[in-house]
Design a protein around this ligand. Sequence first.
Ligand SMILES: Cc1cc2nc3c(=O)[nH]c(=O)nc-3n(C[C@H](O)[C@H](O)[C@H](O)COP(=O)(O)OP(=O)(O)OC[C@H]3O[C@@H](n4cnc5c(N)ncnc54)[C@H](O)[C@@H]3O)c2cc1C
Ligand code: FES
Length: 258
Amino acid sequence: MNGNEVVRITEVVREGKGVTTLRFELDRTVRPGQFFMVWVPGVDEVPMSASYNGKVKGITVKDIGEATGALCSLNVGDLIGVRGPYGKGFAQPHGVYLVVGGGTGIAAVMPAIEMAKDRSIVDVAFGARSGSEIIFEERARRSSDNVMISTDDGSHGYHGTVVAMVDEMLAKRSYSQIIACGPERMLYYLLQVCKKHGVECQMSLERFMKCGSGLCGSCVIDGRRVCADGPIFLGREIDEMDEFGRSKRDETGRIIKL
Ligand SMILES: Cc1cc2nc3c(=O)[nH]c(=O)nc-3n(C[C@H](O)[C@H](O)[C@H](O)COP(=O)(O)OP(=O)(O)OC[C@H]3O[C@@H](n4cnc5c(N)ncnc54)[C@H](O)[C@@H]3O)c2cc1C
Ligand code: FES
């Protein structure tokens, strides 16, 4: 049963620069990497990855527009509608794996870090433009012995892109798989680095969504529905997508360059 349920917000956490986490109770099993369709009364319904998937669920929202702005302005006690979870989750890799998060994409990969049975089998690479945009660093350190941070402006951790940092990490340690979420340009270059080092990856992709459940076709990328066939795809599947890293459709179906 994953129909619409109205839930009351029990906790609001301002994570930093325009990013807010909303926690709520929802008695549904949610796998790492799955997402909800979140309805803001009177505004819109938007896809949001589960940033917490235990008994008390959570979403972590970056304010970029109408619906996300409305979500970020909610307070404890306010109501939202939640459908889902939808989509395939991240599969648990065998052996030691690396989790890569860029910007708000860190929220979607957090449960994939916490699914590790042992903190020595999961390494973490988080990147953002600046230190104030790095979220969940301490939370990641509770589940992993090796958390590496990069910032484009050098204000925290490695000075450079998270992809450049991962390239160096892959030269030092071998991983069975990489799990990643972030801006599509970042994922595009990360895929090239994975191919260079011969490491398979699972990546979470984003496309404009209406139904979230495989019916309307608005989220299609190269014939695959991101909501139902994804949002997690394997690197070798993504490598065959002509639109990946190049173009996407807006809410009217018009193709726009990335
Ligand atoms: C599977 C999935 C999981 C997601 N998880 C999260 C999450 O955990 N946290 C989070 O903050 N966001 C997440 N998103 C993105 C989020 O759904 C969009 O940012 C949101 O729908 C924008 O709605 P809005 O009404 O605020 O923006 P609008 O007012 O509709 O748009 C504002 C501006 O942002 C642009 N825009 C709209 N959607 C996107 C997008 N997907 N990517 C980039 N630009 C966009 C528009 O073109 C416009 O210029 C996820 C998306 C998908 C598909
Ligand atoms: S959002 Fe409708 S098919 Fe994916």
